[in-house]
Design a protein around this ligand. Sequence first.
Ligand SMILES: Cc1cc2nc3c(=O)[nH]c(=O)nc-3n(C[C@H](O)[C@H](O)[C@H](O)COP(=O)(O)OP(=O)(O)OC[C@H]3O[C@@H](n4cnc5c(N)ncnc54)[C@H](O)[C@@H]3O)c2cc1C
Length: 424
Amino acid sequence: MSAPNPDRPRVLILGGGFAGLGAARKLAKADAEVILVDSHDYHTFQPMLYQVATALIETSEVAHPLRDLFHDQPNAAVHQAAATAIDLERRRVEFDQMAAIDYDCLVLGIGARVSFFGVEGAAEHGLPMYTLSDALQLKQHVLRRWEAADRDPSLVEDGALHVVVVGGGPTGVESIGALAELYHSDFAKDYPTLPAAEARLTLVEAAPTLFTMFEPELQEYARETLEGWGVEVLLSEVVSSVTPTRVTLKSGRELKSHTLVWGAGLQAHPLAESLGVELEHGNRIPVGPDLSLGSHPEVFVVGDVAWITDTKTGDVLPQLGSVALQSGERAGENIARRLTGKQTEPFSYHDKGTMATIGPGAAVIQLPRGRTLKGRTAFLAWGAVHLALLSTGEDRTKAMLNWTWAGFTHERQSRTVVGAGEES
Ligand SMILES: Cc1cc2nc3c(=O)[nH]c(=O)nc-3n(C[C@H](O)[C@H](O)[C@H](O)COP(=O)(O)OP(=O)(O)OC[C@H]3O[C@@H](n4cnc5c(N)ncnc54)[C@H](O)[C@@H]3O)c2cc1C
């Protein structure tokens, strides 16, 4: 058991995502011992997981070693372990492979999990898109289906090359857009003998439009762009069951498909349920204006796991990288203020616009005062905003070079399957 040093308060940060990193950085100059614990030894840059899943970039470009990010922060230590229980009364966190840690202040930034909404077979056979392992699993699955069809072309008729993506929000749209590019730019050349027309891509959305959070003009643009790339967009349709080779819709239609990508919903990390506080929609933890937990002001909850109400608009903030980073930073600043006897300050989100990519050269942006952008300009703006979210200057340079290179060449050098678990 590791107890805090009475001379120096201990801030324990759970999660090294945008939120946890934001908090840790803002505590760099605080007279405190900062401990960041994550179940992985790397920070994941989720907005570029699609590019990993579709072989455009390598794993190392979205996963940055956490320890590397703290070389210049002497008051911080990093450990790899998964938190298994939080005792708010005793101010103690337990871990799977490490002694428990007592804290003076806790920052909870453990993110969310994919929710399959209890759809029959979805958890067993669907491929989620939330973590780096998910992205690698999807890439390997798709590559293996194409190789299998190459060996036995009769599989094509059975749906081996047909990918169904569930969810018309940013995750679903970006996934299918990236797959469309992979199918058209590389697979058509890699597998010239396979019937390209049979390699279908279908997007299924329960609502009558894609991108429900955007203006109708942008929703329409997203649908037309995808359809222009050969994607079949099924609106007002709901998936009712999934098997390894079939996707059945509530309307009764059956799709022959060996690949179902689940981009339809999130719920907060399961640890949220163990806190004994009343949770909001998606099991997110509600916080006060300064991001602390009402009943425990020494606990701050940030990022995807938190239910944060914008102090300016009264709206609940979405689960986005920019919200996670800014809320983490505010929590770090508030802890630093408390440590010097100052009052905490309310969190105010600086909204640079809601944005999503559809695919290469196509994106949509809704700016705060109702203005909208779409197409190539929006795509470049998306790139600029997301480059700023990358962990280090080195990462930004690498990403810039790779995007530019990929934009010119469309080369996907990482479309290979390496490792255990190969299907027979
Ligand atoms: C495919 C995809 C694309 C996206 N694209 C965009 C985009 O274009 N723009 C945008 O703004 N947002 C985007 N988002 C959303 C954005 O990435 C998230 O809102 C953001 O990453 C949330 O940050 P976070 O720090 O709250 O959580 P996370 O980034 O999920 O970090 C949580 C961390 O906690 C760790 N952890 C989990 N459980 C434990 C445990 N028990 N113990 C210790 N550590 C634990 C995890 O390993 C992880 O490192 C995208 C998300 C996805 C999945």
